[in-house]
Design a protein around this ligand. Sequence first.
Ligand code: ATP
Ligand code: MG
Length: 432
Amino acid sequence: MALLKRPNGTEDILPAASREWQALEQLLRTTADTYGFSEIRIPTFEQTELFCRGVGETTDVVQKEMYTVTARESTFTLRPEGTAGTIRAMLQNGLLNEALPQRVYYILSCFRHERPQAGRLREFHQFGVEMAGSPHPAADAEVIGLARQILERVGVHNVELHINSIGCPDCRKRYHEALRSYFMPHREELCETCQERLDKNPMRLLDCKSPVCGEIGKDAPVILDYLCEECSAHFEKLKALLTEQGIAFTVDPRIVRGLDYYTRTVFEFVTTDIGAQGTVCGGGRYDGLIAQLGGAPTPALGFGMGLERLLLTLHKQGTVLSEPKGCDIYIVPMGEAAADKAMLLTAQLRQEGICAQTDVMGRSLRAQMKYADKIGARYTMVLGDNELAQGEAVLKQMQSGEKLTVALDDKFVSRFSDIEIADRLAGAAAAL
Ligand code: ATP
Ligand code: MG
């Protein structure tokens, strides 16, 4: 029978790779903790209307990329991003009535029907944060600082911060007029979606991925020339704060971001190391979103970091986050009495947090040693009738071949633990 395959644009994260994901997730959680962010977990699917209202009717995400499913009489959409669902949850559960600002983070998968390629999947993972309640540029600097700190701690290089301000609805009114006058003479050359955008939301044209629209838009007016006084002051203050914190940035007046809810600050962390899909993290301020979703007007901001793209960049740069933990000790029993004792010892070792394994296949000594070698066991210990009778056995350090006789008494586990720790310390010292 033919084997079934995973859907296009999805990935299996196999045991060999999941250790690295765990290390990354651990780093994300502890870094977010130090900034006062707590985890929120939201549903995988939501009412379709949440994304139409929250992400925006004129975005690629809503127009082309949503996975909408009908089960019985109800229709839902798999989340294409985390912000809309997070704000929905904050509103529904009254989090915004508590002390502000509210700071939350999430690690979740998102679903978008895009053309799969390196760094562009149909199910991908995001680490994201949202901070609600502060209109002040200090909040923007803090959120950007958190993203920067994460990238630094992960050890990724060549990732640049690009920032821009796309103003408030007031500035945008004038800017939209300027864009319409600029694009109108080229109307017929634009892609179909952009022709529609020209009427509804001309700024979105600047985010079109079609090369023709990109070429036409290359000399389009930039939003920074249209900012009102308050938006301008907000942006200036943010730049000053980033500079003060030693966070390097480039102002890129062409960033508009792919989601409609942004106001004022937008930013991206970009690398050229993984080809065209180089935006590792994207975010910004969305002061209008909470009201748009039915809450009291509340300023807020956040970012989403693409974890596959982050790992892809790291790997391109030759960095791996963590080595597999593997097996600390493999006990090789010969005969039934020894097998029983081996079971007991491995259980005791595991209780102390030591990764211990023994035979569950009924294999010969030779085959067991081969297996221990394959799984990278750091120590092996053969247990036979002789060892049981004498109450001691030989520990073998697999890498060096060094041998050490140990008593099989009730101090065995703590003795092994000491040996193992000393061995790790010696290894770490040698690496220095
Ligand atoms: P892009 O311009 O690359 O399509 P986007 O503007 O659609 O990105 P956001 O919606 O801001 O991206 O999502 C935040 C982050 O999630 C992106 O910066 C990227 O790292 C990641 N991301 C977005 N779409 C995908 C995808 N299809 N596959 C993998 N990662 C993605
Ligand atoms: Mg996109």
